[in-house]
Design a protein around this ligand. Structure first.
Ligand code: IMP
Length: 225
């Protein structure tokens, strides 16, 4: 299936309050747990609310797309075993959901690289700060990433993993920002292709915050760094 284009939807929160009050540098949205069942109802059954953020992909849209990706990956594996390698920290929720949508015998491993530090800008340099726990020689490997942006991280990881001679090496990314690419690399499985927006939620952060938002939201521009 072709990657989907983003369909911005209005959150319950933004339909009641102006998004022109969206986040400004140094004025990030506050998260709070609703304190009554009534307030929970007003945010589409969310367990957490967030103010002034545009929802790019709702949890339902994410769940549906992840299920489709899992079915496609299952089909491509033809019953063979899989090692899923999550790129920490952002890919953790995606790996957890995708793995449960894949119907083969799968194991997990994780790597961590340096990424965007505290802001929305990349330093350009990629460094491995956590290596694989187990060899992937002769294995079917699926690298699971939250977002493919410049391509620097996945190009670096792909080269690194290929040195171990896996049987196969494929890449699944939930989001893809093709217009930002610096290194020539494409994922084998893409959830959604998006324009040049900085997004948060469902594992993705801004200065380590917002990873636990259940929906993927747009972080307004204006980096305090
Ligand atoms: P790349 O090396 O530029 O492809 O970046 C990959 C990493 O950058 C991702 O795994 C994210 O950690 C981070 N990143 C890129 N774009 C975004 C974004 O819009 N929101 C949050 N993190 C991002």
């Amino acid at each position: 299936m072709e990657p989907l284009s983003p369909q911005p939807i209005e959150s319950a929160e933004s339909s009641n309050s102006s998004t022109s009050e969206a986040v400004k540098p140094g004025n990030e949205p506050d998260l709070h747990i609703p304190d009554s069942p009534d307030s929970r109802d007003t945010v589409c059954m969310a367990t957490m609310t967030y103010q002034g953020l545009e929802v790019l992909f709702s949890r339902q849209q994410i769940a549906e797309r992840v299920t489709e990706m899992g079915a496609q990956i299952t089909n491509d594996l033809n019953g063979e075993k899989l090692v899923m390698i999550g790129v920490l920290k952002g890919a953790a929720p995606f790996l957890a959901d995708l793995s449960r949508a894949i119907q083969v015998d799968a194991t997990f491993d994780f790597v961590a690289t340096t990424s965007y530090g505290k802001g929305q800008r990349s330093s350009g340099a990629v460094k491995l700060i956590k290596d694989l726990d187990h060899s992937i020689e002769g294995k079917n490997v699926l690298v699971v990433e939250d977002i493919l942006d410049t391509g620097l991280t996945l190009s670096y990881l792909r080269k690194l993993f290929l040195q171990q001679h896996p049987k196969s090496l494929r890449i699944a990314t939930l989001l893809d920002k093709p217009s930002r690419r610096i290194e020539k690399i494409e994922a084998d499985y893409v959830g959604f292709s998006i324009p040049n927006l900085f997004v948060i939620g469902y594992g993705m952060d801004y200065a380590e915050r917002y990873r636990n938002l259940p929906d993927i939201c747009v972080m307004p521009p204006g980096d305090p760094e």
